[in-house]
Ligand binder design. Sequence first.
Ligand SMILES: O=C(O)c1cc(=O)[nH]c(=O)n1[C@@H]1O[C@H](COP(=O)(O)O)[C@@H](O)[C@H]1O
Length: 234
Amino acid sequence: MKERDVMIACDFSTKAETMAFLDKFTEEKPYVKIGMELFYAEGPDMVREIKARGHKIFLDLKLHDIPNTVKKAMRNIALLDVDMTNVHAAGTIEMMKAAQEAIDEVGAHTKLIAVTQLTSTSEDRMRNELWIDHPLTETVQHYAHNAEIAGLAGVVCSPLEADLVHQVCGENFLTVTPGIRFADDAKGDQVRVTTPAKAREIGADYIVVGRSITASKDPVASYRRCVREFVEGE
Ligand SMILES: O=C(O)c1cc(=O)[nH]c(=O)n1[C@@H]1O[C@H](COP(=O)(O)O)[C@@H](O)[C@H]1O
């Protein structure tokens, strides 16, 4: 049985906005993703405070640097004992291994995952700007395989690629999938998107949902709609 869950991307710039948003959830404790916008403004104390409120946390800082720097930075993340964090698979297997080693040395329970191709990247841009001369889906599968070799728990990919990743790395390898929109929502800067219901059908383990919840008129209702469609399959 999959342990599906909905992560809310709390992309806010202040603690006040974030807490006012989380205060709306009186009956549930959603899995919270803290990304660069909030972390660069409020720092590690924000992580500690949200954790103290009982939320699970995915700290999304997408580390991508030389292995030694990533290892030392990841050690500091591991000391926060978040539930999940990430690096860029493009940093190489050696870099991903260094990150995983830092977590293991600290003894944190943090699951490490690797970003394959950002969900805002199109096949066209990947080929013409990044000069990656392979089909995008194969690149995602290849990066996922590299992450598996490095001993990571899974990857970030589009929900559209969840099944392709499981075909290469097995069903227990986590697929954490942003690029989620309800059918009538604007895509914005995202390219490889689908709905929570379709993400479930394709086999994603987690969906990451930002603006479709945070910018909605009723964020709690939108969150519950994600849970109904993705977790409960209704
Ligand atoms: O690692 C991520 O979380 C991530 C990877 C990726 O490929 N695409 C992606 O959108 N994200 C994050 O997922 C969230 C998506 O937000 P929305 O587009 O508002 O739903 C943002 O916080 C992004 O930083």
